[in-house]
Design a protein around this ligand. Structure first.
Ligand code: FBP
Length: 352
């Protein structure tokens, strides 16, 4: 199995998706949609590489998306490029962070595709990695909402493109998670790792710590215990990262493990965190689980949640399985489920 994986390194994405030796066959229309998305991502990567020479990509358009975020020029351009690419594939329904409602593309199309066209918008102008996230379902004959308002476990494929020092695609079609890298000479995505695995445990966490005062007890206590380091209840030192691009954080976790948290907090609009279930959390969770990691909303697996709104937010905690389980145990321990309990302001849950 491993030898086969090594032999396949270097295959183009088209060759990989049509390769009969894969564990599970990828249906033609799913392959075509992924290849269409890869084409759009290649064009977005070319713009990102040009930076300010491509125009003011990070400037505000003066419009807000439905969730209230200010749309940047590149948010809108990326959305248009992806929309155009998907009209060439067998896509019946298209949902996007940048579109208020679900759009119907091809009434006979077989798929429903949801995207965050440009994740990490606040990093466009600062030359830090940004990306595109996508989720693919079979279109439901019960209509547009039924196609997306279903458990993430029903996704047939998911992935993200990260536009960084190199452009990469991390993909799952339900048989493991693969890494592809855009070869700049040929403008083709090529397989670089046929079997990504997330190490089960590490000492690195990622969270926007400026929100510390807004967090609820389970998260606050978990982070307090990590910050206690070698002298604290965990008995060892931890490292922290926060890029503010979900794709970049996910990519780091794929390469060296760790846990990412964007929890619910006490700010008015953050009762369900910041990240959107359908086109951010669910595809990331599918990729992560396929690589041996875990993804939860605090208690339940992300892939079991059923959305009831298109732009619904969810708390998101994912990464190395042991770490995620530990965060989950803080959420289920009755001592931490009462918010702001004075009992636990100074000590953590675990003594080792
Ligand atoms: P966009 O898709 O609008 O860019 O928002 C998502 C995101 O940028 C994530 O990539 C990132 O994890 C998070 O928001 C950062 O949020 P904050 O600025 O609150 O730290």
């Amino acid at each position: 199995m491993e030898a086969l994986a090594v032999r396949r390194v270097g295959l183009t994405i088209d060759q990989f998706l049509s390769d009969g030796s894969r564990g599970g066959q990828v249906h033609l229309e799913v392959s075509e949609a992924i290849i269409a998305l890869a084409g759009a991502a290649g064009r977005i990567a070319a713009l990102v590489r040009k930076g300010p020479l491509a125009g003011a990509l990070g400037s505000d358009t003066g419009q807000n998306n439905v969730d209230g975020d200010v749309q940047k020029k590149l948010d809108v351009t990326a959305n248009e490029l992806i929309f155009d690419a998907l009209t060439e594939a067998s896509v019946r329904y298209f949902a996007s962070e940048e579109e208020e409602a679900i759009l119907t593309l091809d009434k006979k199309g077989k798929l429903a595709v949801a995207v965050d066209p440009l994740d990490g918008s606040s990093n466009i102008d600062v030359n830090i990695s940004i990306g595109t996230i996508f989720s693919i379902y079979r279109a439901s004959d019960d209509g547009a909402t039924a196609s997306f308002f279903r458990p993430g476990r029903e996704q047939v494929a998911a992935g993200y493109f990260v536009y960084g020092p190199h452009t990469a695609l991390v993909l799952t079609t339900g048989t493991g998670t693969q890494l592809f890298v855009l070869d700049p000479a040929e403008q083709k995505f090529k397989l670089a790792d046929a079997q990504l695995r997330i190490v089960p445990t590490t000492s690195e966490f990622a969270i926007n710590a400026s929100n510390y005062r807004h967090w609820l007890d389970p998260v606050r206590t978990f982070i307090d215990d990590c910050l206690g380091g070698a002298e604290g209840p965990r008995g060892r030192d931890f490292n922290m990262r926060w890029v503010a691009s979900l794709v970049a954080e996910t990519h780091r976790i794929f390469s060296r493990g760790g846990v990412f948290l964007y929890p619910a907090d006490k700010r008015g609009r953050y009762a369900n965190g910041r990240l959107r279930l359908i086109y951010e959390a669910a595809p990331i969770a599918f990729l992560v689980e396929q690589a041996g990691g875990a993804a939860i909303d605090g208690i339940d697996p992300i892939l079991e949640l059923v959305p009831s709104e298109l732009h619904q937010r969810t708390p998101l905690i994912f990464g190395s399985a042991d770490k995620v389980r530990r965060v989950q145990s803080y959420h289920t321990d009755p001592r931490f489920t009462r918010d702001a309990s004075p009992l636990f302001n100074t000590r953590g849950l675990f003594s080792a």
